[in-house]
Design a protein around this ligand. Structure first.
Ligand SMILES: NC(=O)c1ccc[n+]([C@@H]2O[C@H](COP(=O)([O-])OP(=O)(O)OC[C@H]3O[C@@H](n4cnc5c(N)ncnc54)[C@H](OP(=O)(O)O)[C@@H]3O)[C@@H](O)[C@H]2O)c1
Length: 253
């Protein structure tokens, strides 16, 4: 099943096998849409994933997030990486986690890593800048000069951070149309607020942190009906619950 999905992602368009068991059905439901061409006007398909505690934290107050969700969700995250062309993370995630952002848990190619660091505050010693795999560092047009380890992508500023529509357009121009936003909460929130998320996967772990770094951060609203409502399917991933949210971009932009 997984090989068939990878083959479709690679353009071979092998037929999806009928779901023989719960695992096959899960793979089909969660990943088959990612193997189709994007339908949004910008030509991109954007998926985001966050793993959070039941009380809505993606990391402790000290910024530690390893590990909130269990092994099944980590494998799921690596599968998402393998089915996208690029993984996007905020500078806060690189600073705290120093992640490699590879697909080592599953078959499939590593996507291009894209780090959003508006004012070029990250140190060049982080793993994504040192391991030789393709990495783009997106920063503001007027940010300080680069210090090596990644190709620089200069973008206009938005009210907060970078102009994410310009980012999506720049990645599409490089043939990167399937984009995976892997955190943190500020970055996923900015994509959502910009109307740029097609699918949002939230893994909720049976864990209470009580305090810490919040999950999604969005501009404040006054009434519940101003919130973003969407169709949602819930899957069990080990001890965690995965909420697969189909966001209609027209309702968020
Ligand atoms: N559980 C999960 O699924 C998950 C996933 C990813 C990360 N995390 C955790 O989430 C936390 C990070 O998330 P986040 O929402 O705070 O941030 P984030 O989304 O990773 O990064 C965005 C923030 O980083 C700022 N930033 C830019 N350069 C920086 C630098 N050099 N040092 C520090 N911040 C910088 C950005 O500022 P600008 O306004 O300049 O753009 C923006 O506010 C980490 O603790 C990480 O462990 C958890």
């Amino acid at each position: 099943m997984w090989r068939a999905l990878l083959a479709r992602r690679g353009g071979a368009r092998a037929a999806l096998p009928a779901p023989a068991d719960a695992q096959a059905a899960l793979l089909r439901d969660l990943f088959a849409p990612l193997t189709e061409p994007p339908v949004a006007a910008d030509g991109a398909f954007v998926t985001a994933h966050l793993a959070q505690s039941l009380d809505g934290r993606i990391a402790t107050a000290a910024g530690v997030s390893r590990w909130i969700s269990g092994a099944a969700d980590i494998t799921h995250t690596h599968r998402l990486r393998a089915l996208h062309h690029a993984i996007i993370v905020g500078a806060g995630t690189v600073k705290h986690d120093d992640p490699r952002l590879t697909t080592r848990e599953v078959e499939g190619q590593c996507p291009v890593r894209v780090v959003l660091d508006t004012d070029r505050r990250l140190h060049h010693g982080h793993l994504v800048f040192q391991d030789g795999l393709p990495t783009l560092l997106a920063c503001a047009e007027d940010a300080a000069s680069p210090c090596g380890g990644a190709e620089i992508l200069r973008l206009p500023r938005a009210e907060r951070g970078l102009d994410l529509r310009a980012l999506v357009a720049a990645l599409r121009a490089r043939g990167l149309t399937h984009l995976f936003v892997e955190g943190g909460g500020v970055t996923v929130g900015r994509f959502l607020a910009a109307g740029l998320i097609d699918r949002l996967h939230v893994a909720v772990a049976p864990l209470l942190l009580g305090s810490g770094i919040p999950s999604l951060a969005l501009p404040g609203i006054d009434r519940p009906e101003q919130g973003i409502r969407f169709p949602m399917v819930v899957h069990r991933l080990g001890d965690d619950m995965l909420f697969d949210c189909a966001i209609d971009r027209r309702t968020t932009s």
